[in-house]
Design a protein around this ligand. Structure first.
Ligand SMILES: Cc1cc2nc3c(=O)[nH]c(=O)nc-3n(C[C@H](O)[C@H](O)[C@H](O)COP(=O)(O)O)c2cc1C
Length: 149
């Protein structure tokens, strides 16, 4: 049974809300998902097995930085450069297209995990908070993700 860990990068709460919605949807489908509101690098990296799926819900802030709740995790990911081979993952990048650094943190997270040898299950979803209906987009995307498991 896949163990689903939802990693949340949020500053003002929009992405946390989205992550909770994903967790509810997963629960309705019979999956168990843990939402990590301040993801702990050591805890998450050391417990990876070939049954682990990470869903990164990553908002960009600053000039394309990770939102506050994942700054420490992102620092460790960049500095320690772990190998993550058995891991499967998928990313929702949250941002606003009025910024030049649109969705930069989510794009970085996707790239870093791929470079670390983790397996991308489906293509990254990018949510533009100034254009999209986040809940509807995320819900449709999650359906596609589950079809790939
Ligand atoms: C100060 C500030 C900086 C932001 N910088 C970026 C950015 O560089 N790139 C981007 O795509 N969105 C950026 N955004 C938009 C946020 O990603 C967007 O508002 C998102 O919904 C915030 O999610 P959160 O509520 O989970 O923190 C920024 C928003 C604020 C308020």
């Amino acid at each position: 049974m896949t163990s689903i860990e939802i990693l949340v990068a949020t500053t003002s709460g929009n992405t946390e809300y989205l992550a909770d919605q994903l967790a509810d949807q997963l629960q309705q489908q019979g999956y168990t998902a843990r939402v990590h509101y301040e993801p702990d690098y050591t805890d998450l990296v050391e417990t990876i097995t070939d049954e682990t799926l990470w869903i990164g819900c990553i908002a960009s802030h600053g000039a394309g930085d990770y939102a506050d709740s994942m700054l420490a995790f992102a620092d460790d990911l960049h500095a320690k450069k772990p190998r993550l081979e058995p891991l499967q993952y998928a990313v929702i990048a949250v941002g606003d297209s009025c910024y030049d650094t649109y969705c930069a943190a989510g794009r970085d997270f996707d790239e870093k995990l791929a470079n670390a040898g983790a397996k991308r299950v489906i293509e990254r979803l990018e949510i533009d908070m100034s254009q999209d209906d986040p809940e509807e987009k995320a819900s449709t995307w999650l359906g596609s993700l589950l079809a790939h498991l």
